[in-house]
Write a protein that binds this ligand. Structure first.
Ligand code: NDP
Length: 249
């Protein structure tokens, strides 16, 4: 997929969960556009892989092993940031899918702690680390279409992703006057390394339910993210951008 030519020279981004999947592509596209990126991720293995994959951009990068559910871990990573932040992408997320009848309190807690409280922890800690002189500060939260319309087996995930939308809109109202915009992206079903391994007939069946008759690529989400992060999106605040081929309809 062809990338849009954005320019993020002298812009500094933090991408949580940036060592794999959608976050990896977002980080890569910021790097290609000249930005500096701090990749915060839980997975040591994924961080090692990302370091190797992004070797050509070493001077623009910083890495930290961070658990977004753990405030000490977030605080520690914040103190190691080499620059003031312009863009925060809250992307780290997990699933623990089960029907509501079978869902255990641990499944609920794990998903709410990572996908909702994690965003609170990271954004709260980083708020004072944003570039004070910038009027183009950006918070971009990765929600999901499931936060808009619910889904079988995802009580925990749908609740967290709907909560992310409420948080996004509140920050849009509270922080707008301080030079921030706060927006959410609601991806549909996006192909990642894990989902690509599913049988072709399963993937084809899922694609047939999407109005544009294909599943999303990580680049689809990264393109939307870079646009919302750009100066050109300065008047978009509190929006939920569905990037889903129309499935939410
Ligand atoms: P991946 O699992 O590929 O990547 C998520 C990354 O976040 C992983 O590296 C993961 O590490 C990391 N992570 C998980 N928990 C934590 C934590 N507590 N602290 C820091 N990092 C953590 O997921 P995707 O790329 O598929 O998803 C990215 C975002 O997009 C998520 O918020 C997801 O909910 C959302 N989304 C994805 C869709 C899809 O179809 N893929 C659809 C709609 C929304 P580890 O591998 O160790 O868990």
């Amino acid at each position: 997929m062809k990338n849009i030519n954005f320019d993020f020279k002298n812009k500094n981004a933090v991408v949580t969960g940036g060592a794999s999947g959608i976050g990896f592509q977002i980080a890569l596209d910021f790097l290609k556009a000249g930005g500096n990126v701090a990749i915060w991720d839980y997975s040591e293995q994924a961080l090692q892989n990302a370091k190797a994959e992004f070797a050509a951009y070493a001077s623009q990068l910083s890495f930290a092993q961070v658990d977004v559910t753990n405030r000490d871990s977030v605080n520690k990573a914040t103190t190691t940031l080499p620059w003031a932040v312009d863009i925060l992408v809250n992307n780290a997320g997990i699933t623990r899918d089960k029907s509501f009848a079978k869902m255990q309190a641990e499944d609920w807690d794990a998903v709410i702690n990572t996908n909702l409280t994690g965003l609170f922890n990271v954004t709260k800690t980083l708020l004072e680390k944003f570039n004070p002189s910038s009027q183009q500060k950006r918070i971009i939260n990765i929600s999901s279409v499931v936060g808009l319309y619910g889904n079988f087996g995802q009580t925990n995930y749908a609740a967290a992703k709907a909560g992310v939308i409420g948080m996004t809109k509140t920050w849009a109202k509270e922080l707008g006057r301080k030079g921030f915009t706060s927006n959410a992206i609601a991806p549909g079903f996006i192909l990642t390394a894990m989902t690509k391994a599913m049988p072709k007939e399963v993937l084809d069946g899922m694609a047939s339910k999407v109005p544009v008759v294909r599943l999303g690529e990580v680049e689809d989400i990264a393109n939307a993210c870079l646009f919302l992060a750009s100066d050109q999106a300065a008047y978009i605040n509190g929006a939920v951008l569905s990037v889903d081929g129309g499935i939410v309809l």
